[in-house]
Design a protein around this ligand. Structure first.
Ligand SMILES: NC(=O)c1ccc[n+]([C@@H]2O[C@H](COP(=O)([O-])OP(=O)(O)OC[C@H]3O[C@@H](n4cnc5c(N)ncnc54)[C@H](O)[C@@H]3O)[C@@H](O)[C@H]2O)c1
Ligand SMILES: O=P(O)(O)OC[C@H]1O[C@H](O[C@H]2[C@H](O)[C@@H](O)[C@@H](O)O[C@@H]2CO)[C@H](O)[C@@H](O)[C@@H]1O
Ligand SMILES: [Mn+2]
Length: 445
């Protein structure tokens, strides 16, 4: 079997440790010869690199080369897969995005509403620069991007890297939701074959088929989930804001008579409620900085200090997060031609018959050595069509604003966003974001 060389871009991300554990667990079906961590923050990168050395010494000694670097040439030469998870401006800028939105009376969220717009304008140039570097040194590598806001990043990569079918944009929220369904029904996510349509963080499950029998679990799931249920989940989702998000699915299911919604729709269908639920002085960015990020980094320090991990009090959870599993599943499908179905953010090209062919939709696709092959979705009903077209126009205008350096397009994008709507609010938001994002955003004229 081939052995692969992979680079984790944003190597010091708090998602990297779970990813590394998952790679150790999957060595039989996705064996590695080399792993590279690339980040632009040297200190964090070195700690993650040293942690990788300890972890792989104990769990993956077969890997011939471990590299951690801030140098693009060193990072991107001789790689088969780049797994991209950068956060331009880090959590400090996420905090700024969320708090500026709240200051203007809009919900403060990292990928939805005005926060997602601000993050998109930072993320696109950073992701584009990195992809150009990757293409210089490893032109044939697969690039699996899940840097957010994935909808906007995907629209930009489609336009800028035309016909590069080896750039794939993905999100694991639907996977996490399917894990919840599986838990509720006493199954595993892999027992299901989903049907889904929409945009990233803006979509609906239409069917949850049994992968063997074809039985559709969606009607019974809708009945069960009309009230919040207890379900076994990863530690992160025990946090109050995630709990509240999963519980809120019940409200959406009671209010709408079809399908099962992505959790992120709460921000667009109930923006006022979501705004009132949030603390303008302590947003999700603060929770992550004080919680998950702190815990992750303290763990790394302890392991590196001890110099070993297997059998120690800091040993890894072999059941690492579904986020990591999904990425490795996808890489395996591309490498081993498994033809499994994944929900991917891809160009519509007629899959959803009554939506723009060029729209970057999130839909089921078969994945194999030739890349992503979308399944046919058919037509979507008027309500969903209207919602999606409005949101996609916002996403397109955001990318236009970035590419043309246009203040007008940026303002129009914000007005189209269901969490903003008012022109005076859009202008005020934009003016504050321009100041806060100096050095990250292109100049808008
Ligand atoms: N699509 C999804 O479903 C999904 C799921 C989880 C996380 N994410 C995304 O993954 C990313 C990482 O999230 P996180 O919370 O771990 O953030 P984080 O800040 O902990 O880690 C991101 C890392 O990227 C690095 N970075 C930033 N800009 C860079 C650049 N230009 N070049 C190289 N490295 C750079 C940072 O130094 C940091 O170490 C975010 O974009 C997040 O939204 C996406
Ligand atoms: O508020 P955060 O930073 O905790 O989460 C934001 C991300 O939320 C989703 O990702 C989940 C993922 O679905 C789950 O499997 C697990 O790994 O945790 C992630 C959350 O940290 C969402 O899909 C991402 O786009 C967000 O970045
Ligand atoms: Mn996502």
């Amino acid at each position: 079997m081939n052995k692969y060389s992979i680079c984790i871009v944003g190597g010091a991300s708090r998602y990297t440790p779970d990813m590394l554990t998952m790679l150790c667990n999957q060595k039989d079906r996705f064996p590695l010869r080399k792993i590279v961590l690339y980040d632009n923050e040297e200190e964090r990168q070195n700690l993650m690199g040293k942690y990788t050395e300890v972890l792989f010494k104990d769990y993956y000694p077969e890997v011939e080369e471990i590299v951690y670097t801030t140098d693009a040439k060193e990072a991107f030469s001789d790689i088969d897969f780049a797994l991209m998870q950068i956060r331009a401006g880090r959590l400090e800028m996420r905090e700024s995005d969320e708090k500026i939105a709240m200051k203007h009376g809009c919900l403060g969220q990292e990928t939805c509403g005005p926060g997602g717009f601000a993050y998109g304008m930072r993320s696109v140039p950073a992701v584009v620069d990195i992809i150009k570097e990757i293409r210089k040194y490893s032109p044939d590598s697969w690039i699996l991007n899940y840097s957010n806001p994935a909808a906007i990043v995907a629209e930009a990569t489609k336009r800028i890297f035309k016909d590069d079918h080896k750039i794939i944009n993905i999100c694991d929220m639907p996977i996490a939701i399917m894990d919840m369904y599986a838990n509720v029904l006493g199954k595993t996510r892999k027992d299901f074959e989903p049907r889904y349509f929409g945009l990233n963080h803006f979509g609906w499950f239409t069917n949850i088929y049994d992968a063997k029998t074809g039985h559709d679990y969606l009607p019974e799931l809708r009945e069960i989930l009309k009230e919040p249920v207890e379900f076994k989940t990863e530690a992160l989702f025990e946090e109050p804001s995630w709990k509240s998000t999963f519980n809120f699915m019940s409200q959406m299911i009671r209010d709408y008579d079809e399908y099962l919604p992505n959790t992120y729709l709460q921000y667009y269908l109930y923006p006022n409620k979501m705004y009132k639920k949030s603390d303008p002085d302590y947003t999700r960015a603060n929770e992550v900085m004080d919680g998950n990020e702190k815990i992750t980094y303290e763990h790394l320090e302890k392991v590196v200090e001890l110099g070993r991990i297997k059998g120690s009090e800091y040993d890894v959870d072999p059941d690492a997060g579904c986020h990591a599993e999904y990425i490795v599943d996808l890489a395996t499908a591309l490498a081993n031609n498994t033809k499994e179905i994944f929900l991917i953010i891809t160009e519509n090209k007629g899959s959803i018959e009554n939506l723009d062919r060029n729209m970057m939709v999130e839909i089921p696709c078969r994945v194999g050595v030739h890349g992503v092959e979308p399944l046919t979705v058919g037509e979507v009903p008027t309500f969903y069509k209207g919602m999606i077209e409005n949101q996609y126009a916002y996403e397109k205008l955001t990318v236009d604003a970035y590419m043309e350096g246009s203040y007008q397009k940026a303002m129009k994008a914000l007005v189209l966003n269901r969490a903003v709507i008012n022109t005076d609010v859009a202008r005020a938001l934009l003016d504050d974001y321009i100041v806060a994002n100096k050095g990250y955003w292109p100049e808008l004229k």
